[in-house]
Design a protein around this ligand. Sequence first.
Ligand SMILES: Nc1ncnc2c1ncn2[C@@H]1O[C@H](COP(=O)(O)OP(=O)(O)OP(=O)(O)O)[C@@H](O)[C@H]1O
Ligand code: NI
Length: 336
Amino acid sequence: MEDLNVTFKTSKGPVRANEGISLEIREGEILGLIGETGCGKTTLGKAILRLLSGNAKIEGKIVYRDTDLLSLPEKEMRFFRGKEIGIMFQNPSACLNPVLSTGRQIAEIYRYHEGMGKKEAEEKAGEILELVGINSLRGHDYPHQFSGGMLQRVMVAIGLALSPGLLIADEPTKGLDTDTKLQIAELIAGLVRRENASMLLITHDLELAGSFVDRIAVMYAGEIVEVGKTAEVISNPKHPYTLDLLHSLPGSGFRTVSGQAPGLLSPPQGCRYHPRCSFRLEVCSQVHPALRGFCDEHLTRCFLSEKGRRKETAARPSLTLQSAPSGVEKEGAWNC
Ligand SMILES: Nc1ncnc2c1ncn2[C@@H]1O[C@H](COP(=O)(O)OP(=O)(O)OP(=O)(O)O)[C@@H](O)[C@H]1O
Ligand code: NI
């Protein structure tokens, strides 16, 4: 994605759900996209698939391998969805057809995309159900006959049915209990890695993302505010919002991020996080920071991390982590 902007036209004015997003999902990597509710994560996933509603205006560039997705005719885009870019949405019961057996729904994918006959498609459907840990005989059952975790497994099967190069999984573990969440996340990550595919994992769950993704992109009020390798972002967060998110984890004090997320109708001037930021400088309310490289592949949208200021801010007592999440060093959080 290169300088991607998504604006929704609404009766109250334009909602800038994604602004200036430049982000790369590399071959074979799992990229986690995290951020609070309403910050624009789903919008980003849907923009890639061109599944946004009619009131959305998309500007910028989205390139999949060598294909410019935004200039592709809808007919070709239909081929891309599922075949090249698989989708897993958060709510299986809203995505699955209640009057068709799950096996039939999966078989339809093979019939539509690969032109398979009924019998062959049903066999393939059975195979993929087994792959996600469901007995193929359950393919005769309807969605309401499955538990939440099993329905998510069906969604995994659908998302990966055509061995896409990229899977976009939007909150695939939402509403599941902790154990099931882990099982499903392990299942998806395992299959994606086995296929050498890439995945964009959209989630609020930083803890879950932390254990599965290669890199993390943190989104705040429609913008990417930090991106880097998972271990780097978690152990050495460079944006105060990421730091606050880490502090809000159950193992790190459960301190919720104070204040309200800004509405995207009129986000704050300057840095969007400045009204909630405990490290804000004067400049933060006036100038909008750019996403800059802090060190090697670790980018952040924060004035505190800029080289000239690093020394000065490192001395600020408030920059010392009080209740550091496990793995986060107390001192030197602002050093590379
Ligand atoms: N079709 C639409 N029309 C108008 N506004 C929309 C539309 N879809 C989303 N929005 C707005 O765009 C913003 C981003 O929404 P989005 O669903 O992308 O957030 P999200 O980060 O996925 O949130 P959640 O974690 O709750 O799923 C929100 O302010 C939302 O109200
Ligand atoms: Ni969402």
